[in-house]
Design a protein around this ligand. Structure first.
Ligand code: ATP
Ligand code: MG
Length: 587
């Protein structure tokens, strides 16, 4: 491709709504343009990079034995009613009507459609296992679309669904996908981790997210510095903490009720008592299956809703509305504490104590400040959990953080931010049962399929890759995702640039020739902003058969003779296509 014929509208300034770097560079580099919130057009460069990602995904899915299908984006409501998700899915599901007023949705995911497909044509165990995948535009009416392609409303996804005759078979299919994902993200040149993930309301233990490590990520992940344990903090269990020996504390006075005007937040309360947040007990108020409930964690910890839900053994858990909570319990939200919590109906004839559960770490607090329950603007100080909260219910309730103990070995956890680019999930019979999708098993009975589902955020990968590969000048694409692998920048007019371009094309390199009538500075800036991994600058020394070769990612610049240049470039690019850095070897 010649840059003179390429639509590459690069911009000097990022759009106003672009906070994260990948969003800025995707727009400035001429990859995407916003159409509406979370909805984008892909320009030629964007399509090229997107197609490269799709190709790698396809190759590895096919290699793993999955078969490509293509399902409709518009799905009749009946299928979603059958699975029960029409009511359950909430406002992320875009519901539409056709001219006959029949209900449809724009598919955010395709379990229903694929299960319907399977139950029509897969009749016998002899046809199993099978794995269907597609690459398709999904629509999710996200509450907060953000960061360009990172969290769009429209997004391009690869979704796959495996059908097996047995649990063991499904586990095998899961492993095959897990391995394929390792290859895909390696080939894409991403620094990623496969982490254990929460399985939500589906249950079971098998779910892994593939997380690209990046500061701008929305997910918090931890990994062990010693063993191979890695998990989303939502999932990472923490070991039990027992009560310390009370005798070791010496004798301390009874808790005292203190007037704490204006002190409500953990920060203010700890400042008021000249203590640290870790010395205060934080209360998080919930509506748990329509009953008031409280989870208590140390002030410097974050509560983990997945764990709270499990500890309380409830189906639904939402943050409590303050007014509702007060009406139901008589407690002042903001001043709820675990000490004397059961006695509150003495304080308020209307209320009854909420259910409560405390995090294990509270047990080892020597002395704590807590809400007082009876009154607003009052706290107890000097609560000794080992003495005063010995009978409470304790559980693992908080998010794991850096330096926490590993749940699998004696190591310590490290914390990272991640961008979820893929998700493998063992589904079991959740959809096959509700949609009555069965096959004839070997023992002659009809059985529901054992399923797994496997997603990859194809468009999100572009954002994730840029978050990991950029500098102040622009994008530093891995070779496998770059819109062009090599750019030949014709700085001084010469036949050499033209010849290098045609030779590289002939050798199968995806190369662009910047033959525009622009100043050299413009060409350099565009090449760096767009992020061409290898740039060949044909300048003043062209007549002597010498060019400058620049590796975008490392910033390395070499003067090279044109004699064996094409062979060297081809070798370097072909090697780097598997996801590694470009190595040019000795010039
Ligand atoms: P998230 O927690 O980020 O909302 P999810 O759990 O809803 O993701 P899945 O339903 O597992 O995501 O979808 C499969 C993959 O599709 C995800 O791993 C992610 O990479 C991608 N994806 C999901 N939602 C979006 C979105 N709104 N924009 C871009 N990519 C997305
Ligand atoms: Mg989501």
């Amino acid at each position: 491709m010649r840059a003179s014929q390429l639509h590459q509208p690069t911009l000097r300034e990022p759009p106003k709504d672009a906070e994260v770097i990948s969003h800025q560079y995707l727009v400035r580099g001429g990859y995407i343009r916003r159409v509406a919130a979370g909805i984008y057009s892909f320009l030629p460069l964007g399509v090229r990079s997107l197609e490269k990602v799709k190709t790698i995904v396809r190759q590895e899915m096919n290699r793993a034995g999955a078969q490509e299908v293509f399902m409709p984006a518009i799905v009749p409501a009946e299928l979603w009613q059958e699975s029960g998700r029409w009511d359950f899915y909430g406002p992320e599901l875009l519901r539409i009507k056709d001219r006959k007023q029949a209900d449809f949705c724009v598919g955010p995911t395709h379990e229903e459609v694929v299960v319907d497909m399977a139950r029509k044509d897969l009749r016998s165990y002899k046809q199993l296992p099978v794995n269907f995948y597609q690459i398709q535009t999904k629509f999710r009416d996200e509450m907060r679309p953000r960061a360009g392609l990172m969290r769009g409303r429209e997004c391009i996804m690869k979704d796959a669904y495996s059908f097996d005759a047995s649990v063991e078979g499904a586990h095998k299919s899961y492993k095959v996908m897990y391995d394929a994902y390792q290859r895909i993200f390696t080939r894409l040149g991403l620094d990623f981790r496969a982490v254990e993930a929460d399985t939500g309301n589906i249950g079971g233990s098998m779910s892994h997210e593939f997380q690209v490590l990046a500061e701008s990520g929305e997910d918090n992940i931890v990994s062990c510095d010693t063993c191979d344990f890695a998990a989303n903090v939502e999932k990472a269990p923490l070991p039990v903490k027992d009560f310390p020996d009370l005798a070791a504390f010496g004798s301390s006075p009874e808790p005292s009720l203190e007037h704490t005007p204006g002190a409500k937040s953990i920060e203010n309360v700890s400042r008021f008592f000249q203590l640290q947040p870790r010395d205060v007990i934080k209360a998080v108020l919930y509506n748990a299956d329509d009953q008031p409930a409280v989870a208590f964690v140390r002030g410097d910890h974050e509560v983990n809703e997945v764990k709270v839900k499990e500890a309380l053994g409830v189906k639904s858990l939402q943050f409590a509305d303050a007014k509702w909570f007060k009406e139901r319990t008589g407690l002042h939200p903001g001043y709820v504490g675990p000490y004397m919590l059961e006695n509150i109906n003495l304080a308020s004839p209307r209320g009854s104590a909420p259910r409560s559960v405390l995090d294990w770490d509270i047990r080892s607090m020597q002395t704590a400040v807590t809400g007082s329950n009876q009154h607003a603007e009052h706290h107890y100080r000097g609560v000794v959990p080992a003495r005063d909260l010995a009978d409470a219910q304790y559980a693992d309730l908080r998010m794991a953080i850096a330096a926490d103990p590993c749940p699998k070995c004696a190591g310590k956890l490290r914390a990272f931010k991640g961008i979820e680019v893929g998700h493998v999930f063992y589904l079991g019979q959740k959809y096959s049962k509700s949609m009555n999708a069965t096959f004839l098993a070997q023992d002659g009975t009809e059985k529901p399929f054992e399923m797994g589902c496997y997603g990859i955020g194809v468009s999100r990968i572009l954002s994730a890759a840029i978050e990991q590969n950029n500098d102040a000048r622009g994008i530093q694409w891995p070779v496998s995702i770059a819109p062009f692998e090599v750019a030949v920048l014709a700085v001084d007019p010469s036949d050499l640039a033209e010849k290098l371009y045609t030779d590289l094309l002939a050798a199968g390199i995806d190369v662009v020739l910047d033959d525009r009538e622009e100043r050299p500075g413009v060409k350099f800036n565009d090449a760096d902003l767009i992020g061409y991994p290898l740039q060949i600058i044909v300048g003043r020394k062209a007549a002597e058969g010498i060019v400058e070769v620049k590796i975008r990612k490392s910033g390395e610049r070499l003067e090279m003779s044109t004699a064996d240049l094409v062979a060297k470039v081809v070798k370097a690019i072909v090697d780097a296509r598997m996801g590694t850095a470009i190595q040019l070897g000795a010039a």
